[in-house]
Design a protein around this ligand. Structure first.
Ligand code: GLN
Length: 476
């Protein structure tokens, strides 16, 4: 059987009809990893034995008609999400040998369905970065061009899906880390609304921004994973019960009634590549040809989003990373003479340069005397950005933007200048600051490199994003 470019939807059908077993499917993807991972470095660890025994159980469930969509489906998990008894590195030397003692809630939910976890994928250290180049375990290469980055920070998950080493994956998104690598690798990625998916058991980066989300080859597959992992969790107090009212509204929306907002600040942005703009505008025009109404809108505080994000994220991340002190978790420096030296030397020895930079920026922004000028000011800007979205969503149903100002850049191209790397996040950080949901899907290619269309929706309007995305994917 030709399993090339299989989707979750199709695999589920094959499993249900007995055309293939979960064990066969799992063995196939383990083989794919075996032959491709050396070059791409998408997986940091592979749980072959456990995956096969989970697949065996899935086969029993399928035989007994107890299967759901994800039963027996091989998935990959970003290595900042805890899987019990498995190493979880967060892409950092400091956690190189750290074994998780419990499952993240999203893993519990996948296990309940007997989804098959193949292994853990590469990421920028502590989900800090935009290219997976900050991983302590080497860069992940883009399957479309191995001289280029897969994007980040969920670069391993995106590359694993794109190179057909799994049927779907989980990533995390603090400022674009699901959407941007999805865009660079030509797959679909969702940053759910803040509070839609439990982060219990995800290693925190920026707590008021972080979300776990799915990546897969199609919008439908992303929706299937989302349905399984989302929902209220008593272990993460930021999760809210599902809002069924919004779902009703989505049912009522036809594409012909859809109002699409085109934010001028995004399309006029300085760094936006002209060809990327053209391809994204083509997708916009296509929706217009299907009857949708296109409206130019303004999100006037967009220009302050990167400065606000790059205060808030480092501030929160400096607080979150304080726990890696050489005492409680992971590695400890061997040449420290006393407690203070233990703290200092451990961080110096085992954390990468960008992570140390964020800790320093964040600590500075939070320190007394500077707090009001930086952190508190950035929070005020954040409120304005949120208000921009609230006002925009009174006039339009969804907002279309490019996911990233460029296609995948060359490995090493932006590592010398952190500001240039930060600028790559210009179209993605706003959704995290405002908490809204965002989907990235492929809308074309430039020189064989994928271009992503970002569809932003109001809070908890994931099903609207799926509806719009699926419409595009199926009819285009
Ligand atoms: N590139 C952004 C940063 O470096 C976002 C990372 C992410 O979403 N985890 O903070």
């Amino acid at each position: 059987m030709d399993l090339k470019n299989l989707t979750i939807e199709k695999a589920h059908e094959l499993l249900s009809n007995g055309k293939i077993s979960a064990v066969e499917l799992t063995s196939h993807y383990l083989g794919q990893i075996d032959s491709k991972n050396k070059e791409l470095n998408a997986f940091l660890s592979v749980h072959a034995e456990k995956a096969l025994s989970c697949a065996k159980e899935a086969d029993v469930k399928i035989k007994n008609d107890q299967a759901s969509y994800l039963t027996g489906i091989p998935l990959a998990i970003k290595d900042n999400i805890l899987v019990k008894n498995e190493v979880c590195t967060a892409g950092s030397k400091i956690l190189e040998n750290y074994k998780a003692s419990y499952n993240a809630t999203v893993i519990e939910r996948l296990n309940r369905e007997n989804a098959v976890i193949l292994g853990k994928t590469n990421l920028d250290e502590f989900a800090i970065g935009s290219s997976t180049e900050n991983s302590a375990f080497g860069v992940t290469k883009n399957p479309h061009d191995t001289e280029r980055v897969a994007g980040g920070t969920s670069g391993g998950s995106a590359a694993a899906v794109a190179a057909d080493m799994c049927l779907g994956a989980l990533g995390t998104d603090t400022g674009g880390s699901i959407r941007q690598p999805a865009s660079f690798c030509g797959v679909v990625g969702l940053k759910p609304t803040y509070g839609a998916v439990s982060r219990f058991g995800a290693i925190a980066s920026g707590s008021s921004l972080d979300q776990i989300g799915p990546m897969a080859k199609t919008v439908k597959d992303v929706a299937l994973i989302y349905e399984t992992i989302s929902g209220h969790d008593p272990l993460d107090s930021t999760t809210v019960p599902n809002n069924s009212k919004l779902l009703d509204r989505v049912e009522e929306i036809n594409i012909a009634d859809l109002r699409i907002g085109i934010p001028k600040e995004y399309f006029e942005a300085k760094g936006l590549n002209a060809e990327v703009k053209e391809i994204v505008m083509k997708a916009v025009k296509w929706f217009e040809s299907q009857g949708a109404t296109i409206k130019e809108i303004s999100l006037p505080n967009t220009e302050y989003s990167l400065p606000a994000y790059y205060i808030i994220q480092p501030a929160e991340c400096s607080a979150n990373l304080a726990r890696y002190d050489g005492i409680r978790y992971g590695q400890r420096s061997k040449d420290a003479k006393d407690l203070l030296e233990t703290y200092l030397k451990t961080k110096g020895e085992f954390l990468g340069a960008e992570t140390q930079r964020r800790i320093m920026i964040g600590t500075y922004a939070l320190s007394s005397g500077y707090y009001d000028a930086y952190y508190s000011q950035a929070q005020k800007v954040r409120t304005l950005i949120k208000k921009d979205f609230m006002e925009a969503f009174e006039d339009v149903d969804v907002i279309f933007t490019p996911t990233s100002p460029s296609t995948a850049f060359k490995i090493g191209e932006k590592t010398a200048d952190p500001l240039e790397m930060y600028a790559a996040d210009i179209f993605t950080v706003t959704a995290n600051l405002a908490g809204v949901c965002g989907l990235s899907l492929n809308c074309g290619k430039i020189n064989n490199l994928p271009v992503g269309l970002q569809i932003l929706g109001p809070w908890f309007a994931e099903s609207l994003l799926f509806k719009v995305g699926e419409f595009y994917e199926q009819l285009r």
